[in-house]
Design a protein around this ligand. Structure first.
Ligand SMILES: CC(C)(COP(=O)(O)OP(=O)(O)OC[C@H]1O[C@@H](n2cnc3c(N)ncnc32)[C@H](O)[C@@H]1OP(=O)(O)O)[C@@H](O)C(=O)NCCC(=O)NCCS
Length: 419
């Protein structure tokens, strides 16, 4: 048995944010029915193509364990089929541009009329307000949510991060909202609308930077390197390079081989509790008792000097040797792993976090499996559906179309070229 066995999801999502959410629901056992425009499908199927003629990795890695039905929701018969799907499903998830669902004739009011128990979950770029009608992609959300202004180095421009906190981050937030609403429905018997704005999700993930914004009123942010460098703080939380975001100073430091390998670096944290061990490991035992070095607050104006000294040591070791030496002392360090190293990490395959998936059009590819592990709800990652692969199956087995009625739907042109 899977956690969400019996839950049907009408998956009206596309690109990345929505599909991340419904993929998780599918992994937890829900029957996810992806509704796609006939002949076209989710735009990502044909974006960033690496194998001509095959669905892209962009699509396949975001749509595992789903079924696909082609359906034109603007065609009259298509609207009838969609209405049947709304009747049958527990959750409708969508991330269309603002107003698109209303323009199809499916307002939240209408959807509730059709099925009062349905949960409707939506992702938009912004919440209600002056930007509510804007179309938004990942990097716009990173910029509007406070991440870009606080990422990068002080003397460089704002930076976006590689982690898709706007898209996948919002998908995760929405997934939690959906499961929470399903739980509430157990008691209330009613569905509800779950909304996540990408700006809000990024801001939630950048919450520590809003913390620092307020701390500025009380004086300089002493754990930021710029404090020790004597650079005055301005009005807003500055970019802090690779400084630690928490109360324990940290940095990215060069390791052996950094001249050739762009990822020969380690993160190194000088947590107060293990300071003496750090001093011993790097060969500065005097710093354990020396005035200006012994106590954490005294060290804050010397972070550049201290980390330069630690780096002299890390540059004599590989990033993995640093890990091997520091871990037994509980010194928190982390190698900067390249995607190549991650894709070859046997430990990640053993836990199912990395998986190999077979696909009829593209052969075997690597994907990220379910990152959330439930001890009583196992996840088997299955390949993404081909466009319209399950149209007939869904019309027949989920919606009960048969005989003439089924033939009529197929002939109407609402469901594409049914296989
Ligand atoms: C991502 C986004 C910018 C893409 O914009 P887009 O490619 O122009 O796609 P839209 O959502 O506007 O949809 C385009 C049209 O396709 C139509 N469409 C989609 N599926 C359809 C179907 N099965 N049948 C018929 N029409 C369909 C929509 O109704 C819409 O038509 P309209 O403009 O006449 O209302 C936009 O969807 C958006 O801002 N979404 C919310 C935020 C978000 O999730 N962004 C992150 C994406 S990773």
């Amino acid at each position: 048995m899977k956690a969400l066995d019996g839950i049907k999801i009408l998956d009206f999502t596309h690109v990345q944010s929505g599909p991340t959410c419904t993929q998780l629901l599918a992994w937890f056992g829900a029957d996810v029915i992806k509704v796609e425009r006939p002949g076209v499908g989710d735009a990502t199927r044909k974006q960033l193509i690496d194998v001509p003629g095959a669905d892209s990795l962009y699509f396949t890695m975001l749509n595992h364990n789903k079924r696909s039905i082609e359906l034109n929701s603007k065609n009259e018969t298509g609207k009838q089929v969609l209405t049947r799907l709304i009747e049958e499903c527990d959750v409708l998830v969508e991330n269309f541009a603002p107003g698109a669902l209303d323009r199809m004739g499916f307002t939240w009011e209408r959807i509730q009329e059709i099925n009062p128990r349905i949960i409707m979950a939506s992702i938009k770029g912004f919440g209600p307000g002056k930007y509510e009608d804007c179309k938004v992609y990942e990097n716009v959300a990173q910029c509007a949510g406070g991440s870009a202004s606080t990422t990068g180095f002080r003397d460089g421009p704002p930076l976006v991060t590689g982690a898709q906190i706007g898209d996948s981050g919002t998908g995760l937030h929405l997934c939690l909202g959906i499961v929470t609403a399903l739980f509430q429905r157990e008691k209330s018997g009613r569905g509800q609308k779950v909304s996540c704005a990408m700006q809000d999700s990024v801001l939630n993930l950048a919450r520590v930077k809003l913390r620092d914004q307020q701390r500025l009123d009380a004086g300089p942010l002493k754990e930021y390197s710029q404090f020790g460098e004597g650079v005055p703080f301005g009005e807003a939380t500055p970019r802090a390079g690779n400084d630690s975001g928490g109360g324990q100073p940290g940095r990215i430091l060069k390791c052996k081989g950094w001249e050739q390998d762009p990822n020969a670096y380690t993160y190194f944290i000088i947590q107060a509790a293990i300071w003496e061990k750090v001093c011993d490991v790097i060969g500065e035992p005097d710093w354990k008792t020396k005035e200006g070095y012994a106590k954490p607050p005294e060290r804050l104006d010397k972070l550049n000097e201290i980390f330069s000294r630690i780096e002299q040591w890390t540059m004599t070791k590989t990033k993995f040797e640093v890990m091997d030496i520091c871990n037994p002392h509980d010194i928190p360090v982390g190698p900067i792993l390249s995607m190549k190293e991650i894709s070859e990490d046997e430990g990640l395959f053993a836990t199912g976090t990395m998986v190999k998936v077979d696909h009829p059009e593209r052969g075997e590819y690597l994907s990220v499996g379910c990152p959330i592990k439930l001890s009583d709800s196992d996840v088997q990652v299955e390949r993404s559906p081909l466009l319209g692969e399950h149209t007939r199956e869904i019309l027949e087995s989920v919606l009960g179309y048969q005989g003439d009625e089924l033939a009529q739907v197929i002939e109407s042109g609402a469901v594409g070229d049914v296989k």
